[in-house]
Design a protein around this ligand. Sequence first.
Ligand SMILES: Cc1cc2nc3c(=O)[nH]c(=O)nc-3n(C[C@H](O)[C@H](O)[C@H](O)COP(=O)(O)O)c2cc1C
Length: 346
Amino acid sequence: MAPMTNGQSHDDGTLGDDEYRWLVRRAKEGFGIIFTCAAHVTQEGQGWPGELGIWNDDHISGLKRLADGIHQCGSLAIVQIFHGGARSPESLTGVPPWSASAHTMTVGSKEVQVKEGTIEDIENVTAAFVDAAVRAHQAGMDGIELHAAHGYLLHQFISSATNQRQDAYGGNFENRIRLLRYILKRIQEVVPSDFLIGVRISPEDKYSFKGIDFDESLQLAKILQGDGADFLDISTWDSFAAPQKYPDSNKPIISWFREKLGQEYPLLVAGEIWSAQDAQKALDLGANFVSLGRVAIGVADWPTQAKSPEYQPPRPPYRTSQLRDADLGDAFIEYMKRWKGFVSNE
Ligand SMILES: Cc1cc2nc3c(=O)[nH]c(=O)nc-3n(C[C@H](O)[C@H](O)[C@H](O)COP(=O)(O)O)c2cc1C
């Protein structure tokens, strides 16, 4: 199951009962790997209300309960860790956001001033990512995923649009990917080698997040493989689409990455996988793992149903009662009402 923000934890970042229930239910139903939502590594890096935190030792006991619950069902538990950067609103964190470079961001009708991070900020956030990984390990999780996708801090550093720094962390491609590689290396130094460390990237621009070049993404994947990342998770939003840069290639994004990384390297893909046939198609195109987002919210028992190759799950809109039966709590249902067409108005 793909990492999904659900707003069901407590204001202080400790695990909420509803977050536990929704994740463990998916493990019980046979999802083999359960990713948590993006969990913030510092208080100032929080992106959303009700978000799971991993910035303090007080968070460990909830994470341990979650890891134990998932393991009892025989699945793996991985925490996705992140810092929101420019996308950590001051209204939530109490401090102005920072990023690779200073810029003005439009949020709704408001203009938000984003500061440029200092070298001290970079060192501090690196240490926070390392501490978060150690906490995940202490909690008995099987691994972590560095969230370098979707316009959050690590993505903002990779992007040539949001990273205009003049120092070793900005400018050319090698410098823009330095922070991600540095964090990966520092985590590898302190956790055992069987603790999984993966990376999620956005392979190209999507929505308002600009500055990612597809060829650079392929190069980054190869570099991360060489750096010893245990898996790569590509957030395509459409697993079967060709890259925007090569629309006539007739070759889906996943196949480009498979060719770049060789046959054996663990590759996860998410985006528009609904049916058992979609999942099989993504595997045939080169993914080793298919990661389910929206369908896993609405259809808790997807893994059992999808044993039948003809299975076609119900698609959104889902009724509130259906979502409750699928173990979503009120906060998550309210959040999903903001996703156009996801919850029906019954
Ligand atoms: C409600 C919701 C919350 C999400 N939160 C996260 C998140 O915390 N981290 C992340 O990397 N992706 C997040 N995503 C993206 C999903 O992991 C996934 O890549 C995306 O939904 C595409 O897969 P799908 O077409 O199966 O939904 C979220 C998606 C949804 C629908």
